[in-house]
Structures are given as structure tokens and as C-alpha cells.
Design a protein around this ligand. Structure first.
Ligand code: G3P
Ligand code: CA
Length: 352
């Protein structure tokens, strides 16, 4: 059914449905529709690094998205994965600890890793010599980037990642954001988590700051209709598996919206299925009835993680209020918002 719908889209239907030069601002201070640069401009530069966030800022994204973890010596850092093997040279630098979580490393140890070269190997067509030896960023360094150009003032969209590993991280985050004056600006920070308990702790620590409960079908999330578990091996197997995953029923989906409301969230962040499937394609939780259910409860909907016009179009038609994307420039252009230069030109101007 989903594929029939998408194959029937005409070229005209792929044109931007939103032609505003800039996004309207919702009552929570959040632009609508919001451009959320997922791990920075992570299609064009290594995720969660200086060039990825600088590029997202210069593109004009509304938010720099980051996954928050804590070092062994208590510093908040932007790292997505539990372990460092995919995106760093940890296997060469610390072979005996390559499978250890981020929390097992001090900041100095993490700062000794190269978190850029993997990108050049994985994406040779987007490789740049200057990506070699990029460093993991602290939260404060991401804030510095967000504050670094008075003409571009992106907010931060911060996820507590695996928060059970980091007791007290919600309070730590509050302390850093407050120290930097970031809690006084409505909508400049949005907090996000898959974890209902972390949502409650975030709400206790920062009751006035908008929060999003991320939605997911599977373990720790929405109960699936099928009891089948993933048995494939490739990213495409995984994407095909998730594309067939559905909430057990409407009531189970709506239960999670009620959890979001009860936990203090002003919206949800549902997963979405990509037309082309692939690594970041998940269960489709942006079907129109699902968006209607959110809006009926006064909840915003920010879908993750879409990069292509066909997917932007479907999400906007379904009624979402913002999109997480690795390609913030593409989403800006889709919305009819100006981007000063191409990503390549911007990267060169930034020195990459
Ligand atoms: O935070 C929204 C989206 O980023 C969730 O997925 O795994 O990329 O953090 P993930
Ligand atoms: Ca995230």
C-alpha cells in the first residue's frame, strides 16, 4: 500500500509543499516546519564533528541534533553509538578496550581518537583530506558552534542516549545549559529521548524546556503487531524488516502518545520508513492517522530521519511539524528556504 502510494506520486507532487522563506514559529518557540540537522550535516561531513555542525549552521538549519553521553571523568560529549568502533580508530588506539562503552573513556582519551577518517573510507565520493583526525566534541563545543555566527543562530536538539548508563545526566545537562544561558531562550533547546524515565527526569530538571518522546517499534518501545524478530544480516534486510513492523494496534500507539503527554513532552519523534529503505529506514510511524492522533492531543510531530524529496513530501503530506535529516540543505531547499551556497562551497569556505 505504501509503495503504491509513493509510486503514484507525480513530478508535480514532488515540488515543495511549503514555500515560506523562513519557518513560522510555534507556541513553544520551535520553528514549524523545523529543519533538524541530524548529527549535524552528516551526509556531507562526519557525523557529530566540527565540520558537520558548522555546515549545518551555515546552511541555516533550525537545530543541530546531538546524542549526549558522558565521559568517565564526567564531561558531556556528542557521540551516537554505544561503542566507538564504527566511527573512530579506537581499535588501533585502545585495542584492549575497543568494545568498551563511551563511558569507559576519559575526555582526554576520547579526544585522542580520529573520528573523521572512517567517513572518507565509507563515502569516498564525499571524502575530504581535512576530515582526517577530527575530534569528538563536548556539549560546550557544540554550543560554541551554535553561538559562533551572529547571523546564524541554530538551536540544539539534544538526545539523552542510553540514559540508564548515565545516572544524573539530565541534571548535568541542565547545569551546563543553564551555565551557558541556554535555558532562558524559548525553543532554543529541545530535549529528546526514547526513554520514558529519562523524559520524566528531563521534565523535573527543565520543566519549561520543550521535550520530545522518540517513538520506535520494538524492544523498549511500542509493542509490535508481529512477534517476529529480525533475522537478516544486511542494512537492507533490516530496513525491509522494520518497514513491515507496525504497532500492535491503535491503542498501543496511542498509549505511547499518552506516555509522552504524561511525561511532560510537547511532541513525539516517530521513526519513518524511507522510500529507498537503507540504513536509517525504520518502522513507519508517520501514517496520517498517527499524525492526527498526535495533533488531537496537542503534540507536535518531528519525524526521523529523512533525506530525500520523496520522503519529505510524504511526511509533510501526512502532517508532520518537522523532520530530522542528514541533508539539512536538501530539506531547506524543499521548504523553499534560502541556502546561500552549495554544501561543497560552504565546506570550502569553512576550510574543509
Ligand atoms: O534523535 C532522533 C533520531 O536521531 C533517533 O535516532 O539513532 O539517530 O539517534 P538515532
Ligand atoms: Ca539522535
Amino acid at each position: 500500500m505504501r509503495n503504491c502510494f509513493m509510486h503514484s506520486l507525480t513530478l508535480a507532487a514532488l515540488l515543495p509543499v511549503v514555500t515560506l522563506a523562513s519557518a513560522a514559529v510555534s507556541s513553544h518557540g520551535i520553528p514549524n516546519p523545523a529543519v533538524i540537522a541530524h548529527r549535524g550535516a552528516s551526509y556531507d561531513a562526519p557525523e557529530s564533528t566540527l565540520p558537520a555542525y558548522l555546515l549545518a549552521r551555515e546552511i541555516g538549519a533550525d537545530y543541530l541534533e546531538m546524542d549526549l553521553q558522558r565521559t568517565r571523568d564526567g564531561v558531556l560529549v556528542a557521540v551516537h553509538d554505544d561503542v566507538l568502533t564504527r566511527t573512530s580508530n579506537v581499535a588501533e588506539r585502545f585495542p584492549e578496550r575497543q568494545g568498551s562503552p563511551v563511558s569507559a573513556f576519559t575526555l582526554a582519551e576520547l579526544k585522542s581518537l580520529d573520528v573523521g577518517s572512517w567517513f572518507n573510507r565509507a563515502y569516498p565520493e564525499r571524502a575530504r583530506a581535512a576530515y582526517r583526525n577530527l575530534r569528538i566534541l563536548t556539549l560546550d563545543e557544540v554550543i560554541d558552534i551554535a553561538e559562533g555566527n551572529p547571523e546564524r543562530r541554530p538551536g540544539l536538539y539534544i538526545e539523552t542516549k542510553q540514559p540508564a548508563q548515565f545516572p544524573g545526566i539530565e541534571e548535568d545537562l541542565k547545569q551546563r545549559l543553564a551555565a551557558r544561558g541556554w535555558l532562558e531562550q524559548p525553543g532554543r533547546v529541545v530535549l529528546q529521548t526514547f526513554d520514558r524515565h529519562s523524559l520524566e527526569l528531563l521534565h523535573q530538571a527543565m520543566p519549561q524546556t520543550p521535550k520530545i518522546l522518540l517513538l520506535w517499534v520494538g524492544k523498549g518501545g511500542i509493542e509490535p503487531a508481529s512477534g517476529r524478530s529480525f533475522a537478516g544480516t544486511t542494512d537492507d534486510d533490516k530496513a525491509a524488516f522494520y518497514a513491515q513492523q507496525q504497532p500492535k494496534d491503535h491503542a498501543e500507539f496511542e498509549r505511547w502518545l499518552d506516555y509522552a503527554k504524561a511525561g511532560g513532552a510537547i511532541g513525539t519523534g516517530p521513526s519513518a520508513t524511507r522510500n529507498a529503505l537503507g540504513e536509517q529506514s525504520y518502522a513507519d510511524l508517520i501514517q496520517p492517522w498517527m499524525i492526527e492522533d498526535n495533533h488531537a492531543r496537542g503534540l507536535l510531530v518531528h519525524a526521523y530521519t529523512l533525506d530525500d524529496a520523496v520522503d519529505f513530501e510524504r511526511a509533510m503530506k501526512a502532517g508532520v511539524d518537522g523532520i530530522f535529516t542528514n541533508r539539512a540543505g536538501e530539506l531547506m531547499r524543499f521548504y523553499g528556504r534560502p541556502v546561500a551556497q552549495s554544501e561543497g562551497q560552504l565546506l570550502r569556505t569553512l576550510g574543509y
